[in-house]
Design a protein around this ligand. Structure first.
Ligand code: UDP
Length: 369
């Protein structure tokens, strides 16, 4: 069946500019989505904080930028924090612009994890959809998701079932996974490389447990990612013998995958209900198996004994033992699994089906408003 071309407005994360790394996995997800939706022939307008940069293969998106102060990420706030909007905040500005353009579009797809866009949805003319990018880290966001699900469940989608299980929903969750431009990731067959870890350097990512494995094995852990919390990074470093951690910095995808692909294993240690876990798929795409805690997205991404090992949550000695068994994993199987499940084109098709389903839905629960 031919896909009807849509005009879609995308709302970027208000946590930082695209390309800064501050937005975490959402940045790469958004880029994949843009490529995939363009490939399907849709017309795209992206509203993003000024300073955002897009890769050259996204040049067909109409980029509209707005100035304003970054929103504080919910994972840095308490679960029961009230909603805080800074003076001259970028979030309301992104929404104002997107909802205005959205009046003449088929859909507005919001990628920011916050209360305001969710709450606004029933009251605006534009058809506003939300790809929820985190587990339930905020009571006000969880409540807003619940209310929106009651009003029109089709406006919400999630990356994984584990993530969606944090929310109270009025229907089965719509799960869209994620997608990657696999031509950017090169398979590296060599075994016997170093051990690696990648992600934002922040407490919810559990770097200390991976460093503990490295210390136990008397090896150096290569660490890639944005240092979001400097005190945390210093504290983790101080816990282990000098040289246990080799900070490799935040690299852009081309260089990140080149270095990551040399590892014999990636260790993934989420301390929160990880919504997806981009770095896991990126690692597998390079042929690097992953050892991870069975918590959140990683539990759905790693195939036991085929693409790596899942171990019980917070069990550091199980992590170490799994790293010692990593040569039982065939690196080719890791790449193969990613090719079968995680292309950006497949992701865009799932998003396309979700949005089309929502646009053509007959009734919504007007009693809710
Ligand atoms: N990343 C990167 N360069 C690096 C290390 C990480 O671009 O040197 C990106 C990686 O591609 C991934 C993101 O950082 O998209 C981390 O996303 P993930 O879903 O793993 O965790 P999140 O930060 O969203 O919690």
């Amino acid at each position: 069946m031919k896909t009807k071309k849509l005009k879609i407005v995308l709302v970027s994360t208000p946590i930082g500019t695209l390309g800064s790394g501050k937005g975490g996995g959402v940045e790469l997800t958004l880029i994949s989505l843009i490529k995939g939706l363009l490939h399907l022939g849709h017309e795209l307008i992206l509203v993003a904080p000024s300073g955002s940069v897009l890769p050259s293969d996204c040049k067909d998106v109409d980029l509209r930028v707005v100035d304003g102060v970054d929103q504080l990420s919910w994972q840095k706030q308490d679960f029961y924090s009230p909603v805080i909007l800074p003076a001259n905040g970028v979030l309301p500005k992104l929404l104002k612009e997107a909802l205005d353009i959205g009046k003449q579009a088929d859909a507005v797809l919001n990628m920011s994890y916050d209360w305001l866009p969710l709450w606004l949805t029933p009251f605006v003319e534009a058809k506003l959809f939300h790809l929820i990018s985190m587990g339930g880290v905020s009571k006000v966001v969880i409540d807003a998701v619940k209310e929106l699900s009651q009003y029109d469940h089709s406006r919400l989608a999630f990356h994984t079932n584990s993530q969606a299980s944090d929310y109270e929903l009025y229907g089965e969750p719509i799960i869209v996974g994620n997608g990657f431009d696999l031509s950017n990731y090169h398979f590296q067959p060599e075994v016997g490389g170093p051990i690696g870890w990648a992600g934002r350097i922040a407490p919810e990512k559990g770097l200390e447990d991976a460093a503990s494995v490295a210390a136990e094995l008397g090896e150096t852990l290569l660490v890639w990612g944005l240092i979001e919390d400097k005190n945390y990074a210093k504290e983790v470093e101080s816990l282990f013998p000098k040289g246990t951690i080799n900070w490799k910095g935040f690299l852009e995808t081309r260089n990140f995958q080149k270095e990551l692909g040399k590892c014999r294993v990636l260790i993934n240690t989420p301390k929160w209900n990880e919504a997806f876990g981009n770095v896991i798929v990126e690692s597998l795409a390079c042929g690097v198996p992953v050892v991870a805690y069975e918590r959140g997205g990683p539990g759905e991404l790693i195939k036991q004994g085929i693409t790596g090992w899942l171990v019980p949550k917070d069990d550091v000695s199980a992590l170490t033992n799994a790293v010692l068994r990593i040569n039982e994993i065939d690196r080719k199987q890791c790449r193969l699994w990613v090719e079968e499940t995680s292309s950006y084109k497949g992701f865009a098709e799932r998003i396309n089906d979700w949005i089309n389903g929502g646009i053509h839905k007959k009734s919504i629960n007007n009693e809710y408003i």
